[in-house]
Every structure is written in C-alpha cells, then in structure tokens.
Ligand binder design. Structure first.
Ligand code: 6GU
Length: 265
C-alpha cells in the first residue's frame, strides 16, 4: 500500500478502470445511510465491485460488508455509485473518510453528489424529506487537507446544481448542514446551540468529503434525507432504526431526483 493518499487514490482509480472497462467516469454518487434503495432506481449496474478489493478501502469487518462500487451509464454519463462510506467515528482518521471521493477524482469525475441521513433542526423539516445542502458547518475540528492548503470554500455546494435540482423539484428546500464527529447523537442543549449557529441539519458525514472535492476542483452537490428530528425538537428519543427506515420510505423519490440531476449535468 502506498504511503501517499494521492497515489492510493490513483491506484484505486486504475483498478476501477481495469475492472469496469471504462477509462474514465464523469459523475460519482456517494450514497449515505438509508440511501441504498435509491441505488437501484438509478439503474442496473454494468459492473459492481467490492470496495474491500480496491486499494485504500477498508476490508469488511466483523459486522458484514465494506460496501460496493457500481459503474453504470445514465444518459450519456459514466457514473460511479459508492454504496458504503467510511465515517470519522470509525476512528481510522480523516484519510479513509475522503479516499472514496479522491478515488472518484482520480477516475476523472467533474461532479460528486454527496448524500446523507440527517437530523432536522427545524420543526418544518418532515421526516422523509430531502433537503438541498446550501452550505455547511464543519464541526469535526478536522480537515482532509494538510500543509498550506488555503482552499476557498465559497459556494462549496454548487449554486448551479442546486438550481437545477429545484427546477426538477420546486418543493425542495435548502439548509445548512452541521457535520459532527459522532457517533453519539447530540444533546438537546447542543441542538439549541447548533440552531443558534445557523444549522438546519445535523449529521456525521459529508463535510470532509466536500472539502476534499473542492481541493480537487470537483463540483459538489449535497442532499440530506431528514430521517428524524434532532434531539429536543419533538421530545422523542432518537433511534438508529428510525434513521434507516426513513430511507426505505423515500428511496424512489431520491433515486429519481439523482437520476434526473445526473442526466442533466
Ligand atoms: Cl439527530 N445527529 C447526527 N449527528 N447525525 C444524525 C442525526 C442526528 N440524525 C441522523 N443522523
């Protein structure tokens, strides 16, 4: 295994080229928890690989499955779909968290669609509702970049792609996503703090990947599925099963939206 993250991503990208028969891809989609059913709505994959067989991705652990990577065409676009991401709370550090999007960058993609499951901080965010990410608060206290990488993060979540998504579905709302390390959910006091700070959504992914994409010159689109109200909003305790079930219920709508967005990018 290479020491250098860029070389690991380049190795994984050449393995993908060899095993999919596609020299390059145009768009990558990272599917978050609860989004798995949306993958099938995107279409039959031409190739599906185990992530654990590619350089730099985690091997499957005791609890199952490292996830898979699919290659398919949507419209004229060659699309990589990553099912299963590495989270900061797994304790492996930042580099494995962003290896997927760095690999996608090395395959040549110009656009990455990041999806996630998020808690809603706003009473009007119904469970099962997709929300466009307009901006983020990176509260992980980490960065995927090292050294003097003074990357600008203005308009990190592409205004162009957000507008495009709203043309497809004018009912889509936008919100600011707060990315925390997890793995615990927040206290009601922390949720009040996050609201004061301008957050509308809270989750445990996406922000570091978005920063890595910007550093690689890739256009980023972010879509949260509100899977539950955050702590203290409804008075109900939080439940990981609820998070997963909300995805099942909205999967078709999510998959169709992503598919239309990709054909039009
Ligand atoms: Cl309420 N918090 C965090 N950190 N992640 C979540 C969530 C809440 N709901 C879904 N994912």
């Amino acid at each position: 295994m290479h020491e250098d993250p860029a070389r690991r991503a380049a190795s994984a990208a050449s393995e993908i080229a060899e095993r999919t028969g596609r020299q390059a891809h145009d768009v990558a989609v990272v599917l978050g928890s609860g989004w798995r059913p949306a993958a099938d709505v995107l279409g039959e994959p031409d190739t599906e690989l185990d992530l654990g067989d590619l350089t730099g991705f985690a091997k499957p652990g005791a609890v199952g499955h490292a996830g898979t990577l699919r290659s398919l065409r949507i419209g004229g676009r060659r699309v990589l779909v990553l099912l299963g991401r590495t989270h900061l709370y797994e304790g492996k550090g930042v580099e494995p968290v962003v290896h997927g999007v760095r690999t996608a960058a090395a395959t040549g993609v110009g656009t990455v669609l990041l999806t996630n499951a998020a808690g809603g901080l706003d009473e009007d965010h119904a469970v099962g509702q997709p929300v466009l990410i307009s901006d983020h608060l990176n509260l992980t206290a980490r960065s995927p970049l090292t050294g003097a990488s003074f990357v600008d993060l203005t308009d990190l979540y592409s205004p162009r792609l957000r507008e495009h998504a709203r043309r497809i579905d004018p009912t889509l709302r936008e919100g600011v996503y707060a990315g925390l390390p997890g793995p615990h959910f927040e206290t009601p006091a922390e949720i009040r703090m996050l609201r004061t700070m301008g957050a509308d959504l809270v989750g445990m992914s996406t922000v570091l990947e978005a920063i890595a994409c910007r550093a690689a010159g890739i256009e980023v689109f972010g879509l949260s599925l509100v899977t539950n109200a955050a702590a203290g909003i409804t008075g109900q305790p939080l439940d990981h099963e609820e998070v997963l079930a909300a995805g099942q219920a909205s999967a078709r709508r999510m998959g169709e939206l992503l598919g239309e967005l990709i054909s039009g990018t």
